[in-house]
Design a protein around this ligand. Structure first.
Ligand code: 13P
Length: 284
């Protein structure tokens, strides 16, 4: 059964917690996230970058996800992260994913709104919900985006535009960035609160890796309902694999199954604390 991302977010919004949205890139990271969500009794959003969706292939990614989802007893939605590519969007709509992020942040305002409205129409016809990004969130996520602010608008204008295009949830600039922070970011939880004052649309926080528990809590208190985490997952996957491979080299024991198990364990451990901090643990 397909879960609606919006319903998960509305429940979170109503009860003052946020649903973790974890980027996965293969079967190992997908299983790790699902196992961790089941252990935490938490709803979860599994997301794939456009590049990952293209390299795994949308039909296979869909089957893998549905298989894992049917094995766990927690609500899990499948979401396409940052996608400017209408061909990939058409594929996930056809495959019946829960939702997608149409990334129009490199377009000027009028183009962004026109194209977002077209994507919403196509997606909603297939029962797929749309996250909207028309301001750009700083940092490149798997080949999509920019390291500097290219487009920024007022909260009022964004809310009006989102209503006009009929989007389901919003990814505005909140001072965070994708990837690792070099210094402390200038966070804007008050901006999230302003969105919540003006509208009922769930607000999404990108760039979760590297924020403190206190920073997460201030965003959740301001009404953020979905928090994205990617880099922390990639790091735990790669670092645990490196440690395993070093041992394999030292001992001359080359066992791929052990490598995958070590990576799955490491990713499940890396994501576990987020369910607690976001307050989603025990909600499913
Ligand atoms: P991080 O890579 O900083 O965790 O950000 C993830 C994200 O926002 C994915 O859209």
């Amino acid at each position: 059964m397909r879960y609606s991302t919006s319903s998960l977010l509305k429940a979170a919004q109503g009860e003052g917690y946020a649903v973790p949205a974890f980027n996965v890139f293969d079967e190992v990271s997908l299983r790790a996230v699902m196992v961790a969500a089941a252990r935490a009794h938490s709803p979860v959003i599994v997301q794939l970058s456009t590049r990952t969706a293209q390299s795994i292939g949308v039909p296979w990614a869909t089957r893998l996800f549905e298989h894992c989802r049917d094995e766990v007893a927690v609500p899990a939605a499948l979401h396409l992260d940052h996608c400017p590519d209408r061909a990939v969007i058409a594929q996930v709509v056809e495959a019946g994913w829960s939702s997608l992020l149409f990334d129009a942040s490199q377009l000027d305002f009028d183009q962004a709104m026109r194209q977002t409205a077209e994507v919403v129409e196509l997606a909603h016809r297939g029962g797929v919900e749309v996250e909207s990004e028309i301001e750009n969130i700083v940092g490149v996520e798997d080949g999509v985006g920019s390291d500097r602010i290219v487009h920024a608008y007022s909260v009022e204008r964004l809310v009006e535009a989102a209503r006009g295009a009929g989007v389901d949830f919003l990814a505005p600039q909140l001072g965070t960035a994708h990837g690792l922070y070099k210094g402390r970011p200038q966070l804007l939880p008050e901006r999230a609160a302003r969105f919540r004052e003006l509208s009922d649309l769930p607000v999404v926080l990108h760039g979760g890796t590297g924020l403190t528990d206190h920073e997460f809590r201030s965003f959740i208190a301001a009404g953020v309902a979905k928090i994205n985490v990617s880099t922390a997952i990639k790091q735990s996957y790669m670092k645990s694999s490196l440690a395993f491979l070093r041992t394999a080299e030292e001992t001359d024991a080359w066992e791929p199954g052990g490598l995958f198990r070590a990576a799955q364990r490491a990713v499940a451990e890396a994501v576990a604390p987020f369910f607690e901090v976001f307050g989603s643990a025990g909600r499913a």
